[in-house]
Design a protein around this ligand. Structure first.
Ligand code: AMP
Ligand code: GLY
Length: 432
């Protein structure tokens, strides 16, 4: 079948690599893609927010399946528009996408279906927000209701800081329209992990776990980013914890969405805080994580086209026993432009990336890259490359990833040097 992938990040390069390797995939197209994706897919410059243009393209090219990588087009309704046009889609409907598109919707949904999450309130005016903050004290967490590219969360350490943030957010100063409604919630103290399942509206199929590193600098310091590295599986995951996540969070979500008349089809990415051994839901995402997707795709041994297509066709229950994962660990280190997540230069030259092709247990995924006039590789965004290492232990995966990072010649970029540090420490503890 002819397949269209929508997106341009490292996540989409990993998806493109896996989709293209499927015997079901004839031609892979991508809108808009990047320099890495262009090695396996035909890239097209079409405005992702123009649903009619996308539908027109799909019909013209005889595309039978569309895989949507990121949240914004799904929240804008591209999944619904394509399904209405009779095209199979990986990704939820516009209504179901509200699980990520509106924090308030997600929190009310969890309250109705008794899904464990931080205690919260929803606010549109400062005086009631102030009352809530003063009553609950700090630390306390403020979140913009709408999508804010991972930047709409503030963890206030004092009441004063929380009041100031609430004022700025509610006025629209900090995040514009996306921020004029707030969720304010209890601070959860624990360790985070990311957990992924596929859902077809009725059934769910557990995938695997990962752990992301959101801060820009080593030791989890510096500003929050989209994610500077991730590995899979998460070291704190156990069969017992996984079962509790499935029973108390995933199952009631899939059933509740169906009961509400907004069945969820696609990937459910649960951001989990493990507090004293018990899982609590921090947030839902309605797409794969970036960079979590890169190490996850490296561990997946089953056919990705079959799995993703089954979410649209309601056939996940038939695939449950068939999903195969490598027992290896995989670990992705993101290389970002100097200055990221603040301002940074574009069009800086990257060299030696080809060296990684011959390195054992190493794979390069592109994020913000383009080709220059003479074919040279240039940076085109904040997060630019993702180097994944694969190994029998987390330490080996980490060593291989950094061998790849060190082989790349890019003076205008940086990477954290400690991706996977919690898992490596846990492994060393166990061995001691
Ligand atoms: P979110 O976009 O909701 O995932 O939030 C971004 C990050 O903020 C999460 O990955 C957590 O590290 C942190 N966070 C969000 N909500 C809470 C909470 N209630 N308690 C503690 N940390 C939180
Ligand atoms: N890496 C976090 C995210 O994709 O939301």
């Amino acid at each position: 079948m002819n397949i269209l992938l929508i997106g341009s990040g490292g996540r989409e390069h990993a998806l493109a690599w896996k989709l293209a390797s499927s015997p079901h995939c004839d031609k892979l197209h991508c809108i808009p893609g990047n320099a890495g994706i262009a090695q396996t897919a035909i890239c097209h410059d079409i405005d992702v927010s123009n649903h009619q243009a996308i539908i027109g393209f799909v019909k013209e090219q005889g595309i039978e399946f569309v895989v949507v990588g990121s949240e914004q087009p799904l929240v804008d309704g591209v999944g619904s528009a394509l399904r209405e046009a009779g095209v199979a889609v990986f990704g939820p409907s516009k209504k179901a996408a509200q699980l990520e598109g509106s924090k308030g919707y997600m929190k009310d949904f969890c309250a109705r279906y008794d899904i464990p999450t931080a205690a919260y309130g929803r606010f549109t005016d400062f005086d009631t927000a102030k009352e809530f903050i003063e009553k609950n004290g700090a630390p306390i967490v403020l979140k913009t209701d709408g999508l804010a590219a991972g930047k709409g969360v503030i963890i206030a350490q004092t009441v004063e800081e929380a009041l100031e943030a609430a004022k700025e957010m509610l006025s629209g100063e900090a995040f514009g329209e996306a921020g004029t409604e707030l969720v304010i919630e209890e601070f959860l103290d624990g360790e985070e992990l990311s957990y992924f399942v596929l859902a077809d509206g009725e059934n769910y199929l557990p995938l695997t776990s990962a752990q992301d590193h959101k801060r820009a600098q080593d030791g989890d310091t510096g500003p929050n980013t989209g994610g500077m590295g991730a590995y899979s599986p998460a070291h704190l995951m156990t069969p017992d914890l996984e079962q509790r996540i499935l029973d108390t969070i995933i199952k009631p979500t899939v059933e509740g969405m169906k009961q509400d008349g907004t069945p969820f089809q696609g990937v459910l990415f649960a951001g989990i805080m493990v507090v004293n051994g018990a899982p609590k839901l921090l947030e839902y995402n309605i797409r794969f994580g970036d960079p979590e997707c890169q190490p996850i795709m490296m561990r997946l041994e089953s056919d990705l086209v079959e799995l993703l297509l089954a979410t649209d066709q309601g056939r996940l229950d038939m695939l449950k026993e068939q999903v195969k994962w490598s027992n290896d660990y995989t670990l992705c280190v993101v290389m970002a432009a100097n200055g990221y997540p603040g301002s940074y230069k574009k069009n800086t030259v990257i060299k030696n990336e080809g060296k990684l092709e011959t390195m054992e247990g190493v794979r390069l995924f592109h994020a913000g890259t383009v080709r220059g006039d003479t074919g040279e590789l240039l940076s085109a965004g904040g997060r630019v490359l993702g180097v994944v290492g694969q190994g029998a232990t987390i330490l080996e995966a980490q060593e291989r990833a950094y061998q790849g990072v060190d082989a790349i010649d890019w003076t205008q970029g940086f990477a954290r040097r400690d991706i996977g540090h919690r898992a490596v420490a846990a492994m060393k503890d166990k061995a001691a």
